[in-house]
Design a protein around this ligand. Structure first.
Ligand code: GCU
Length: 682
């Protein structure tokens, strides 16, 4: 079982010198809960399994006071003090936090709640699995309460933008009977401190709300609850008029209609009867053809508050997506999809109920290889916010390319919006710290499937692992996250750690370079597959994903002075920076400015020459991933070695396809030769 991909980074592999030593690891485990479905009980089992697997030692698990011998005690802080008496000093813990103390004779793993205790057990096991026996005593608390994943699973079992097989939750319109994989997924998520999963696609289907499916949601929740993972669902806004079997069928879905209010209250009550701890609703409304409150001339806030009121008695949360836009027309110079979110939401600031959180994609367009931080984070200080990140690599190689995403995410999380000329990091906005909000956090679009690697390739799991770490602590470091993940996944050999660290950290810059650099967007096919190069598709589409490339010029003019005005949605200092070419960083130049191909960059080359140079450089880096991976042959198991080698060889080849498609496109359209003579016949 330790080799199964289903264990992800929870493999607990033995390592050289992993001999059980009672002076380092106690032989007795005390898990202070007797209920087998409780996270604390599960923590006791996990500790037992992990220690057995790493050290070959079967520990005893007790569920009440045990002593005087050395023990690993796991439980809530309240339970601990009632069994063992007061701690010498009481750690400051907030919800889901834990106290880990390995300095004494016994190890204490004490949660503010059961979930926190389980998180602490995983933390301790992660140390043991990495041969880290440094005595520690610290309290760990989450930066934000919302640490969710979104799964874009359809009820028929397919997954929108899923690259790892069919759904672990749904098939043929209903919830599957065998939910083993759901429980296994919850275990993995608990180890990275994710506390809720929205199980169905944001493009939701009303038939999720039949009595049978509501009962099925209850079964999913039961499977995940022992790991402290709650279930949430996406709603179809027009469900009241969708003739849902077993529910009333109305003639309107107007959010202010009393019958509609009643309908949602009723359905919400039915759900909580089966899922008493349901996390909440995720709503994609008036976006990409989805119905919403605007259909009835009601505001987005009125739409969100409809659900907020139904959830409020149960403590549920509405995650209302900011991904709202109308189709735009490229022939109008000032039209720009990027400006729409702020236009829709800024006037509504302060009108959302307290249990509504606006879920904002990291950039203003759509999960591109580089985007500036969404200005919406700066524009709704009286509203709860969460950042939406995408673990599934929709535009970013779809798990066929290695692209380690935290360095990209970090460009947004660490971005300083300078609201009121004060430090205003996006990560401090979403945690609620900057604007004093109590709710907030992260949603990661993950889209795991039935594939035994969960995501479709072994190396793509570093993105899921790091997503959880960042949801807990958005200031966490991409290098240390990937290195912990490598040790847990592939072992402790230093050359393995060095090789995979290097590839991982080079992978996003390489992908950016061989796809769309200088802030030009990813340049994938955006009409159908979102995969592979298709620069032609970046013009004349209704989605507003444009580059405005012609024979002389390229880039979107998003200035206030001459363009779409997008730069003006940032607070003054940031606006000034992006409004002017001279202060816009090269890597976002074409996001904000429409320039000649001969425009000189800060790096000292022209835009067109940089296209050529970076596409060659990015593809050259991708070639090295193959040899770097080959350098660890024999140091990891043969199966994962060859699986991943296949992917990396493919990526190396596809990076050349990318390079040639893009450089030839720009060479043809501009007629400007490559100074290095690599491109075209001009
Ligand atoms: C992207 C993606 C869609 C998805 C949408 C969303 O556009 O391609 O499949 O529905 O984002 O986030 O709602």
């Amino acid at each position: 079982a330790a080799e199964s991909g289903l264990n992800a980074w929870l493999r607990y592999a033995p390592y050289a010198g992993s001999v059980f030593d009672q002076s380092k690891v106690p032989l007795h485990i005390v898990a202070l809960n007797t209920s087998t479905a409780s996270p604390v009980y599960v923590a006791g089992q996990e500790l037992q399994t992990g220690i057995d697997s790493i050290f070959g030692q079967q520990c005893n698990v007790h569920h009440s006071h045990w002593g005087p011998s050395a023990t690993i005690v796991v439980g809530t802080i309240d339970e601990y003090t009632s069994v063992y008496g007061e701690l010498s000093s009481t750690p400051e813990l907030i919800e889901d936090g834990f106290w880990l103390n390995t300095t004494g004779n016994s190890v204490q793993i004490l949660g503010q709640n059961e979930r926190g205790a389980l998180y602490g057990a995983f933390e301790y096991l992660s140390m043991l699995a990495q041969a880290n026996f440094t005595p520690v005593a610290y309290a760990a608390n989450p930066a934000a309460p919302i640490r969710w994943t979104n799964e874009w699973d359809n009820l028929d079992g397919s997954i929108e933008r899923g690259f790892a097989g069919n759904s672990i939750f749904f098939a043929n319109g209903v919830i599957v009977s065998n939910l083993t994989r759901a429980a296994e997924y919850a275990r993995i998520l608990a180890s990275i401190r994710i506390n809720a999963v929205v199980v169905n696609n944001v493009n939701a289907n009303a038939s999720l709300l039949t009595p049978d499916n509501i009962a099925g949601l209850g079964r999913i929740a039961d499977a995940m609850r022992p790991y402290g993972v709650q279930v949430g669902i996406s709603l179809f806004f027009a469900s009241p008029t969708s003739a849902v079997q077993g529910q009333a069928n109305l003639t309107t879905f107007d959010p202010l209609d009393p019958g509609v209010v009643n309908w949602w209250t009723n359905v919400t009550n039915q759900i909580y009867a089966k899922v008493p701890d349901m996390a909440g609703y995720l709503v994609k409304a008036n976006s990409e053809g989805q119905p919403g409150p605007l259909t009835y001339n009601r505001t987005l806030a009125e739409g969100a508050n409809l659900f907020a009121k139904a959830l409020q008695p149960y403590g549920g949360v509405v995650m209302f997506r900011a991904f709202v836009y109308n189709l735009v027309n490229e022939s109008i110079w000032t039209q720009d999809r990027a400006v729409e979110a702020v236009q829709f939401f800024q006037p509504l600031d302060g009108q959302f109920d307290e249990n509504v959180v606006i879920q904002i994609k990291y950039g203003p367009i759509d999960f591109q290889v580089r985007e500036p931080a969404s200005p919406l984070f700066a524009n709704i200080p009286n509203t709860n916010t969460a950042i939406e990140l995408q673990v599934t690599q929709e535009y970013l190689g779809q798990q066929c390319h290695l692209v380690y995403l935290p360095p990209l995410w970090q460009t947004v999380l660490d971005f300083d919006l300078r609201v009121d000329n004060k430090t205003s990091l996006v990560r401090d906005v979403i945690t609620g710290q900057r604007f004093n909000r109590t709710l907030g956090g992260s949603a990661g679009v993950v889209n795991v499937g039935l594939n035994e690697t969960w995501l479709g390739s072994h190396l793509s799991l570093s993105n899921l692992y790091a997503y959880g770490r960042l949801a807990w602590n958005p200031a966490d470091d991409p290098t240390s996250m990937v290195q912990d993940w490598i040790r847990l996944t592939f072992g402790l050999d230093q050359s393995v750690i060095d090789a995979i660290t290097q590839m991982s950290l080079e992978s996003w810059p390489a992908y950016e370079n061989y796809s769309g650099n200088l802030g030009e967007q990813t340049l994938t096919d955006i009409l159908y597959t979102h995969y592979g190069p298709n620069p032609q598709s970046q013009e004349n589409n209704g989605y507003g994903q444009w580059t405005r490339s012609d024979h002389l010029t390229v880039g979107m003019d998003r200035t206030v002075s001459n363009g779409t005005g997008f730069s003006g949605q940032y607070p003054p200092e940031v606006f000034q920076m992006f409004e002017n070419i001279s202060t816009t960083p090269d890597n976002l130049l074409l996001w904000f400015h429409h320039v000649n191909y001969t425009q000189m960059l800060k790096s000292g080359v022209t835009v067109i020459q940089d296209f050529y140079d970076q596409h060659y450089a990015g593809a050259a880096t991708a070639q090295t991933f193959v040899s770097t991976w080959q350098s660890i042959q024999g140091l990891i198991d043969a199966e994962r070695y060859s699986d991943q080698l296949f992917r990396l060889v493919y990526q190396a080849g596809h990076s050349l396809v990318w390079r040639d498609a893009i450089v030839n496109f720009y060479n043809n359209i501009s007629g400007i030769p490559d100074e290095a003579g690599r491109v075209g016949n001009h």
